[in-house]
Design a protein around this ligand. Structure first.
Ligand SMILES: Nc1ncnc2c1ncn2[C@@H]1O[C@H](COP(=O)(O)OP(=O)(O)OP(=O)(O)O)[C@@H](O)[C@H]1O
Length: 266
């Protein structure tokens, strides 16, 4: 990977994790999607966030990225309170994400998509630059982008239009774009969705590389338990917007409460 590892220390304070969410509550009309959820993530750590359908995983990621605001609670990044910060400010502070459903610029090339991320555009496809919009200002350090394309095995398709590529390749483009802004926190929302076994194995290696060589804290949501339990240092299980287990991946499904939550959701 091309970028230097982020420092192991999370923030200005001592003992402060890279990311800390405390008591997050999020309501949608009458429905409480998050009911006081906590979360911590350290630099260089992979945290798996699992739980049955509708348990609040994506909502929590949306609240961390700034796509949604929490109604109660606090979010701190490297010790700084970002609870009320805009999505743009959070992106500039080092929070990047990928989406359950790919949100790429389908009519741009792979390189152009990654350059959009390098420019830390927090606007996303709907508000992003058009083909003529100049995705890459002159000061963009292209070496970083070339390094990313190489590391994510996208070099050979760098000039291809994204919509013409396989789904697995598009997933890698999305991760490359998220990494192009040199984030400290990478939120991966169902990165293995739609991937075949070979592509999922590659994704595992990629997440390992992101953590070890870039020093990012990586939060992964996925329904593929082999993937999540296999790559995570720690997992948190959500049920009805509350964390019901936090600890070693291999211990998660030894907890009757976790098993019951999954069975209850069937
Ligand atoms: N924008 C919204 N408006 C209303 N309700 C919502 C909204 N987003 C999520 N919800 C509800 O909040 C709850 C949590 O949803 P969320 O998508 O966060 O769960 P999840 O754990 O990510 O589920 P899945 O594994 O199925 O993706 C669900 O009951 C969902 O229907």
């Amino acid at each position: 990977m091309s970028a230097p590892p982020a420092p192991a220390a999370a923030g200005p304070g001592t003992g402060e994790p890279l990311l800390r969410v405390t008591g997050a509550v999020k309501r949608f009309s009458g429905l409480t999607a998050l009911a006081g959820a906590d979360l911590t993530l350290a630099a260089g750590e992979v945290l798996g966030l699992i739980g049955p359908n509708g348990s609040g995983k994506t909502t929590l990621v949306n609240c961390v990225s700034g796509a949604l605001r929490i109604d109660e609670g606090e979010i701190r990044l490297r010790g700084r309170d970002v609870t009320r910060a805009s999505r743009a400010r959070r992106a500039r502070s080092g929070i990047a994400r990928t989406f359950q459903n790919l949100k790429l610029f389908g009519d741009l090339t792979v390189r152009e998509n990654v350059l959009v991320g390098r420019n830390a555009s927090p606007r996303g496809p709907s508000g992003g630059p058009s083909r003529d919009g100049g995705a890459a200002p002159a000061e963009t350090p292209k070496d970083d982008v070339e390094g990313l394309l190489r590391d994510l095995r996208l070099e050979h398709v760098a000039r291809e239009i994204v919509s013409t590529l396989s789904y697995g390749t598009q997933r890698r483009v999305e991760i490359a774009r998220a990494l192009a802004g040199n984030p400290r926190v990478l939120l991966l929302d169902e990165p293995a969705a739609g991937l075949n076994d070979g592509e999922t194995a590659e994704l595992k290696d990629l997440i390992h590389l992101i953590r070890t060589e870039r020093g990012c804290g990586v939060l992964v949501i996925d329904h593929d338990m082999n993937l999540v339990l296999g790559i995570s240092d720690r997992v948190q299980v959500l049920d009805e917007g509350t964390v019901i287990f936090e600890g070693e991946p291999r211990e998660a499904f030894e907890q009757p409460r976790v098993v019951a939550a999954y069975l209850g959701a069937q």
